[in-house]
Design a protein around this ligand. Sequence first.
Ligand code: CP
Length: 312
Amino acid sequence: MVSKFDKKHVVSIKDFTREEINEILDIAKDMKEIAIGNKIDNSLNGKILGTLFFEPSTRTRLSFESAMKRLGGTCIGFARPGTSSVKKGETLADTIQVIASYVDIIVLRHPQEGAARLAAKFSEKPILNAGDGAGQHPTQTLLDLFTIKEEKGEIKNKKIGIAGDLKYGRTVHSLTHALSMYECDLTFIAPNALQIPDEIIKDIDRLGINYKKVENIKDVLSELDVLYMTRIQRERFPSEDEYLEVAETYNVKKNMLDNVNENLIIMHPLPRVDEISADVDETKHARYFQQAANGVPIRMALLKLLTEGYDE
Ligand code: CP
């Protein structure tokens, strides 16, 4: 067992110290060859992962399933709550208590902020938060940090621009907190109506982190080590006209990358809609598909730590 890792659940990135995060990233590095099938590890043989997805998902659900199966375990669950007894009015608390008696570990995505914390209260088995409303998405943050570390060598002091819907984007909320722990220099790029919430700014102020808020990606692109794009949600805007007014500002195209830092990497939790043009995919800056692939080793590390500990 890793000596510093004493967590039962993964609900919020705020529950972790930088030291604990570093441990997880180190174990994920050990998992890389297993994640792509080049090495065999059946250490979770006999363990069952429950996947409870009350909202759509491609990457999070399937990378958890891949991680469990690569480690010799199996998965049960649902991707559409309409096929479970939630449809008959069963509460989340009851659903969790029952499923905890069928499996060894549970991954939960739910539209309500706080759902994972509530599930952890009612579950005798570890809960992994796979996104709770506009709250947190801690396993996404861990794979984001892993990607930055793999690509840049280290995370500390990097200049990171975070663009898109910073108000409602749960990946952004988790990531901002984590990057503050690594003393990164943060630039929040969003229209005023979708800027980073004040309570998050208060947190990073407390840590003495350098940050600024801007409205246009072009104004800061040349300064960045990492551009982290997120989806602007059309439905958040009061009118279609107001959406169209800002949408163009948040579309990164290949021809905008002429004067950027040559080591700039562009990340995105995906899915993207039109905020990164397809012509960026062929540039040396694109890392979003590698980032998605990194979900498997990170989730393998978490499954191992929470079900059996990890022997170095
Ligand atoms: N990044 C992410 O959470 O993707 P999915 O919604 O496809 O799981």
